[in-house]
Design a binder for this molecule. Structure first.
Ligand SMILES: Nc1ncnc2c1ncn2[C@@H]1O[C@H](COP(=O)(O)OP(=O)(O)OP(=O)(O)O)[C@@H](O)[C@H]1O
Length: 245
C-alpha cells in the first residue's frame, strides 16, 4: 500500500512541484489556501494532467510523462469526496450511493447499498433527495458513494468545510470509525491543523506549490495542536508559516 508522486505542473501564475511517497493509511495535505493541495488531488484522480513526472498507486502507474502513460480517471481506483459533495440532485440517497455499481446485477447493487446505508446510519433516509438532507448527511452519502467502489485511495478535499463546529466534531468521530474499516489509503486535505492531527497519521505541509515538511504527526507536533501548539525543535522554522507564535 503506497502512493508515490512526482508532479510538476506550470499554471498561469502558479507552479506545482510535488515529490511525495507515503505508505501511511491516512495522509493529510495541510497548508494555506492556494498552496496546491486540491491540484495535487486532481492530478492523482486524473482530473488534471501534470506536465512532467509520475503518479504511482501501489503497483499501478496512473501517469508517467516519459512513458506517455495517462490512465483515464474512470479507470483509476480512486474515490473522491469533494468540498461540496457533488451528489446527483435528481437521485435519492440510495441511488446516489449505488451509482458506481451500475455494471453489477441489481440485487448485488441493492445489497451493497443497504450495507453502506447502515454504515453511514442513513437507512431511514434512503429515499430522500440530497436537498432534503443536512450538510453532514450529504457528506456521509458522498463518503459512502466513494467507499462502495472499494478504491485503493480515497481523496477527501476539505470535507468538513461547510459544516458548523459541533457537527464537525461529531462527523470527525464518525469518519474515523468508517475509515477504520477501510483497507485503502486516504489523502485528506484541510487547512485546519486540529483536524489534520485528529484524522491523519502523517501530515505533508504545503507552501506555494511545494511540500516543505512531511512526517508522522507525532514527530511534527509532539502534543496535539489544540489551543496552544508546540512544534518540535527541528521544525521551529515552520512556526511563523503555521502561525504558532
Ligand atoms: N485551471 C487553473 N488555471 C490556472 N491556475 C489555477 C487553475 N486551477 C488552480 N489554479 C491556481 O493554482 C493554485 C493552487 O490551487 P489549489 O486549488 O490547488 O490550492 P489549495 O491549496 O487547494 O487551496 P484551497 O485550500 O483554497 O482550495 C492557486 O493559486 C490557483 O489559483
Amino acid at each position: 500500500m503506497a502512493i508515490d508522486l512526482d508532479i510538476h505542473k506550470q499554471l498561469d501564475k502558479f507552479r506545482l512541484d510535488i515529490h511525495l511517497h507515503t505508505d501511511e493509511k491516512k495522509l493529510c495535505l495541510f497548508g494555506p489556501s492556494g498552496a496546491g493541495k486540491t491540484m495535487t488531488l486532481n492530478c492523482i484522480a486524473g482530473l488534471e494532467t501534470p506536465d512532467e513526472g509520475y503518479i504511482r498507486v501501489n503497483d499501478t502507474v496512473y501517469f508517467h510523462s516519459e512513458e506517455r502513460c495517462n490512465i483515464p480517471p474512470a479507470k483509476r481506483k480512486i474515490g473522491y469526496v469533494f468540498q461540496n459533495y457533488a451528489l446527483f440532485p435528481h437521485m435519492t440517497v440510495l441511488q446516489n450511493i449505488i451509482f458506481g455499481l451500475r455494471r453489477l446485477p441489481k440485487k448485488k447493487q441493492l445489497e451493497r447499498g443497504e450495507h453502506f446505508l447502515e454504515v453511514i446510519r442513513l437507512t431511514a433516509q434512503k429515499d430522500r433527495y440530497p436537498s432534503q438532507l443536512s450538510g453532514g448527511q450529504q457528506q456521509r452519502v458522498a463518503l459512502a458513494r466513494s467507499l462502495i467502489l472499494e478504491p485503493d485511495v480515497l481523496l477527501m478535499d476539505e470535507p468538513f468545510s461547510a459544516l458548523d463546529y459541533s457537527l464537525k466534531k461529531e462527523l470527525k468521530e464518525e469518519l474515523l470509525a468508517i475509515l477504520s474499516n477501510y483497507s485503502g489509503q486516504t489523502v485528506f486535505v484541510t487547512h485546519n491543523l486540529e483536524e489534520a492531527y485528529d484524522i491523519c497519521d502523517s501530515i505533508a505541509i504545503y507552501s506555494e506549490g511545494h511540500i516543505i515538511a512531511l512526517d508522522k504527526k507525532t514527530k511534527l507536533f509532539p502534543e496535539p495542536p489544540q489551543v496552544r501548539v508546540s512544534i518540535a525543535p527541528e521544525y521551529t522554522h515552520l512556526a511563523e508559516l503555521l502561525r504558532l507564535d
